[in-house]
Design a protein around this ligand. Structure first.
Ligand code: MG
Length: 489
């Protein structure tokens, strides 16, 4: 390795240590932290970000010097590219703004939680206003080509633009609408299911989830699962990756698929080579690519007939009320299609409409074309436009997601990209055969070969070009949906 790069990596270990602290603090904030701690936790986050900023800036001259160097390996180039992005962020975004984002979002998450519980938008509105304003200011500082929202998209998915997202949605949404209409008129997947609204025992469901983790060969010594309202995955390094799942005591599939989804995220991080664990190229390459892994396991694998067949005995062992249900009835429950209010419970077809709603809103909010006070109504109008349903209260409308309260704008579109890229993976091998044969370790090997082994050495667009020879192409997902739900070829 280049001497200058080695020196930079030694200094980077300080940043890596701060990430460990931030990671654990963030994990704790979402799981066990007492509510009153939110404000001080926010202050601590802000201080750590400032420390991080100072260290990044101390690397600036050395990183700039290497930028045009011709003799670097792909790994070294990746390290420099990732550092360059961070240094740019910390150079142009002033410390006060970084600290303000940390403080407001830590506090806001707690107020959002209360607001959602009481379905009271008014208590969350001032936080949303501030977070939109902060994001708008950050976008201006970062700079962009075309629309300021591009600067925010790039934070989560390097190089992504409104044009890319519009291109994906223009094909995906019209195809999804067509598939949805036909599925509803056919009735097989869309008709009401007896298991909906069925209560379950949380301890029993927890045992199901633990057996699912065993089935997916999750390594216990490097991995753990806890509980939170909004499930998430956090990886500190390849030997400490954590997920959460959720238990509402009703509709067991929500808990089951949260566990599989987050396991998909975790498998990605667990399989990134340990040698790069303390470097800037450890971790998933982008939010969209990360989501491709979780959606791949959750939907393409987890909701397939073969997987349903594999897990059916586990489910029936712990959830006694399932005893009389046939395999096909279980499969139909897992794949029930119907337009609903809540994104996290949405089926594979309507899910992308939920994302389109948030994407339209973010574009307007960030561009200042919509005032935060109008946002709940705009949300409801968009739900009606895309799915023909209208939320009756804020909790099932604008207050349902945690993301904005955490200060994330530009993140939502990566969920649909995740579905799109998962479709590209699905088409690249005979995974169906591997599921049938229970070859989960073989599936992991394939994902390792195509993606996990690279960490974030390549940008998302470069990586897709390298692995698939094309960029975010929704045709694969559309084909998969047609095959599954319409039996079209
Ligand atoms: Mg996810």
């Amino acid at each position: 390795m280049d001497d200058l790069v080695s020196g930079i990596l030694r200094d980077y270990e300080k940043i890596w240590s701060l990430h460990q602290a931030q990671g654990l603090m963030g994990w704790d904030l979402e799981t066990y932290m007492p509510e009153s701690a939110a404000k001080r936790r926010g202050d601590a986050f802000a201080q750590i970000s400032l420390m991080e900023q100072a260290i990044y800036l101390s690397l600036r001259d050395r990183v700039y010097k290497l930028e045009d160097s011709q003799n670097l390996s792909d790994l070294e180039k990746g390290i420099i590219r990732q550092l360059r992005r961070k240094i740019h962020y910390f150079t142009v975004v002033p410390p006060e703004l970084i600290a303000r984002l940390d403080r407001v979002s830590a506090e806001s998450t707690v107020y959002w939680r209360k607001a959602r519980k009481n379905s009271n938008f008014a208590t969350f509105r001032p936080y949303l206003s501030q977070l939109v304003e902060i994001n708008r200011m950050i976008a201006e500082k970062l700079g962009y080509v075309g629309n300021s929202y591009n600067a925010l998209l790039d934070l989560y998915e390097e190089g992504l633009t409104i044009e890319d997202v519009d291109r994906v949605f223009s094909k995906l949404l019209s195809a999804s609408k067509d598939i949805l209409d036909r599925v509803i008129s056919d009735g097989y997947y869309s008709s009401k299911h007896k298991l909906e609204g069925k209560k379950y025992n949380i301890e029993e469901m927890h045992r199901v989830n633990e057996e699912i983790l065993d089935l997916l060969l999750m390594p216990k010594e490097r991995f753990r699962m806890d509980i939170s309202t909004h499930p998430f995955t956090i990886g500190m390094s390849s030997d400490d990756v954590r997920i959460t799942t959720r238990y509402e005591g009703i509709n067991f599939k929500a808990s089951l698929y949260s566990t599989i989804h987050e396991s998909g995220h975790a498998i990605y991080e667990l399989q990134i080579p340990d040698e790069i664990s303390t470097t800037p190229v450890w971790g998933g390459v982008s939010s969209g690519i990360h989501e491709s892994q979780s959606r791949f396991w959750e939907n393409f694998i987890g909701r397939s007939m073969s997987f349903t067949e594999i897990i059916s005995p586990i489910l029936k062992k712990h959830l006694k009320f399932l005893e009389s249900y046939s395999l096909e009835e279980l499969y139909r429950y897992f794949n029930r299609v119907n337009p609903t209010m809540i994104r996290v419970d949405a089926d594979e077809i309507t899910y992308n409409f939920h994302i389109a709603v948030r994407y339209e809103m973010e574009k307007q909010l960030v561009a200042g074309k919509m005032d935060v006070s109008e946002a709940p109504e705009v949300w409801n109008d968009l739900m009606e436009k895309y799915m023909g349903i209208r939320p009756k209260n804020y909790a099932e409308g604008i207050l349902q997601d945690v993301h904005w309260s955490q200060g994330s704008f530009g993140y939502f579109p990566t969920y649909s990209l995740g579905n799109v890229v998962a479709g590209m993976f699905w088409d690249s091998e005979d995974f169906e055969e591997m599921i049938r044969n229970r070859e989960f370790s073989e599936i992991k090997n394939k994902l390792y070969e195509k993606l996990h082994r690279y960490g974030s050495i390549y940008s998302p667009k470069d990586l897709l070009a390298r692995t698939f020879g094309e960029s975010y192409n929704p045709e694969h997902l559309i084909r998969y949906l047609r095959n599954k739900y319409l039996k079209d070829q």
